[in-house]
Ligand binder design. Structure first.
Ligand code: NAD
Length: 549
């Protein structure tokens, strides 16, 4: 029987303290927001929260029984041990999808997963930090806003932005583009996914008709009206068709689950009514499916490069479409840059990244109170002011109420401590603070966050490991170390964390340490690579780096 998992709300707890209870609620919240909860699949192709239902139940039981000085260990979605540590130690430590370098590929992973020995944790799925589509929305919005500044005098008004995918994370694209003033057309094979974004307020219209979608785009561009449209179609069919008709968007990107050629990407010829046939094809002939999928990604990526050649601004949106197309024999796949290289790296140099907080009470007023506090605390941060206003106007609540904001080194610990004070005074209920693994100091991903590092250190994975170790030493409540998120097994190494504001004085101290350490590793990593902005940030903010030149 299908389970309907929701995060517990309110003041009564079933675990031994709030630091454990909040992690317990975050895991439930992952499933409440999941794309395919019945399979424990949260988002990003097959990113899961637990290996199977037996493991899920064992995790729940372990968390309920966990003592305040014990630490639970999770190996690829399975609880494997409980050890006595310190009250200030992490309560949960997670490692997902990690394989020794030579074996770190989908083939080996899939064989182990089929035997029930591993799980794909994506980034925030297996580390229980997923908060729904809103989790990525500020990052997506800031990326399109930065693109507008770089290429279109600061505004996407009247600009046609084309992308693919409307799943867990990709579903943030239509609303983000609209918030940045543009006209969004997002191609998605599955009408149910588009309907879900319509219901949640992330997208305005759905159509199955290509011509209708083009008419809507044309008139919105002429009227400079910000709208978002989901077109039921397959990118590998629609983009070449657009090129043939001479239709070139102003901006083109993609966020289909291209990182996974078997269980993520849907090959050309399949969309809407024949998706059932596609599933049959995948099951009956996985090898044939992968071949067709790779061929389709080559066509899809080539169409993006051709659009770029004819004037579109093209960028990769962190799903490894370029890598897959190159593997399939398209030599020019890396003709357009990744989004971090093109727009985000300067933010990383200042230790900025997606800081998120979640109201464990379930009460949206807790988040609205924190919105008010953050606006009062950082009036000089114009991007933040603008974002909070937009977020309150446009963003629906998804699961436990949450907010995401890109905060930098210096801002994070101040705001986190302030929130802990609000919890202590009883103004709000307990809050979990987390972030995406896509952050300044927590990822090595040569096709994404660390693409084109100025010293060529794109593939060095020591940095996210140091980040995870330091977060443990600093007293985060949960620390996770994963392989393969975003771009696929073997192509990235990254870490995540949760700190729970339970209102205690001890938590003030933990916050001070973790929220300096965590973004500090980002400043350190970029300063070490030679970025002047990171060196300047380190000097000005007092991040101690022994060999800073
Ligand atoms: P998801 O699996 O929930 O959604 C992907 C969507 O793409 C699905 O709805 C699927 O039906 C659709 N799709 C697959 N093939 C298609 C095709 N050929 N044409 C049109 N639609 C197609 O995944 P998600 O969470 O939305 O993540 C999407 C991708 O983005 C993943 O590769 C993920 O790793 C990556 N990602 C990037 C970032 C970032 O910040 N850039 C963040 C999270 C995830």
């Amino acid at each position: 029987m299908a389970r309907n998992i929701k995060a517990p709300r309110g003041n009564d707890i079933v675990c031994k303290n709030w630091r454990i209870e909040a992690i317990y609620r975050m895991l439930h919240n992952n499933l409440e927001n999941a794309e395919r909860p019945e399979d424990l699949i949260i988002y990003g192709g097959t990113g899961k929260a637990a290996r199977n239902w037996e493991c899920f139940d064992a995790i729940i039981k372990s968390l309920r029984e966990l003592e305040p000085d014990e630490t639970l260990l999770i190996q690829s979605g399975k609880p494997v041990g409980v050890f006595r540590t310190f009250e200030n130690s992490p309560r949960v430590l997670i490692c997902n999808s990690n394989l020794v370098g030579n074996w770190s590929n989908w083939e080996h992973f899939n064989a182990l997963e089929a035997r029930g020995l591993m799980m794909y944790g994506q980034m925030t799925a297996g580390s229980w930090c997923y908060i729904g589509t809103q989790g990525i929305i500020q990052g997506t919005y800031e990326t399109f806003a930065a693109l507008a500044t770089k290429h279109f005098n600061g505004s996407l008004k009247g600009k046609f932005c084309l992308s693919g995918g409307m799943g867990g994370m990709s579903g943030a694209q239509p609303l983000s583009i609209k918030m940045a003033g543009g006209v969004a057309l997002v191609v998605e094979v599955d009408p149910k996914r588009i309907q879900r974004r319509l219901d949640a307020g992330f997208c305005d219209y759905m159509t199955h008709d290509f011509h209708e979608s083009m008419e809507m785009v044309k008139s919105a561009v002429q009227e400079k009206k910000a709208i978002s449209i989901g077109l039921v179609g397959n990118c590998a069919d629609v983009l070449p068709d657009m090129l043939a008709k001479g239709i070139i968007p102003d901006v083109v990107t993609d966020q289909t689950s291209a990182h996974d050629e078997l269980n993520g990407y849907v090959p050309a010829g399949y969309w809407g009514g024949n998706l059932g046939d596609c599933d049959d094809f995948r099951k009956s002939d996985p090898k044939g499916y992968v071949e067709k999928s790779m061929k389709s990604m080559k066509i899809h990526c080539k169409a993006m490069v051709d659009m770029q050649k004819r004037g579109a601004v093209a960028f990769d949106y962190g799903n490894n479409l370029r890598g897959q197309a190159q593997k399939a024999g398209f030599a020019d796949a890396f003709a357009y840059p990744g989004f971090v290289l093109a727009y985000v790296r300067p933010l990383f140099c200042e230790g900025r990244g997606p800081f998120r907080w979640i109201a464990q009470s379930g009460d949206p007023n807790d988040i609205l109170a924190t919105d008010k506090a953050i606006v009062e605390m950082f009036p000089e941060n114009k991007l933040l002011m603008n974002w909070i206003e937009l977020a309150e106007e446009y963003l629906p609540w998804e699961g436990l109420p949450a907010r995401v904001c890109w905060l930098g080194y210096g801002e994070r610990h101040k705001f986190a401590k302030h929130m802990n004070g609000m919890v202590r005074s009883g103004e709000i209920g307990p809050i979990s603070i987390t972030r995406d693994h896509l952050d300044s100091g927590s990822v090595a991903s040569p096709y994404r966050e660390t693409e084109g590092m100025m010293d060529g250190t794109d593939a060095i994975a020591d940095w996210p490991m140091l980040n995870a170790l330091l977060n443990c030493a600093s007293g985060a409540d949960m620390v996770a170390l994963h392989n393969g998120g975003g771009v696929g097994i073997g192509l990235s190494q990254h870490s995540g964390m949760i700190v729970v504001c339970d209102g205690s004085k001890e938590t003030d101290e933990r916050i001070e340490r973790v929220f300096k350490s965590d973004p500090g590793t980002g400043v350190m990593r970029h300063a070490d690579a030679g970025y002047e902005l990171a060196k300047k940030t380190a000097r000005e903010k007092g991040v101690k780096i022994p060999m800073l030149s």
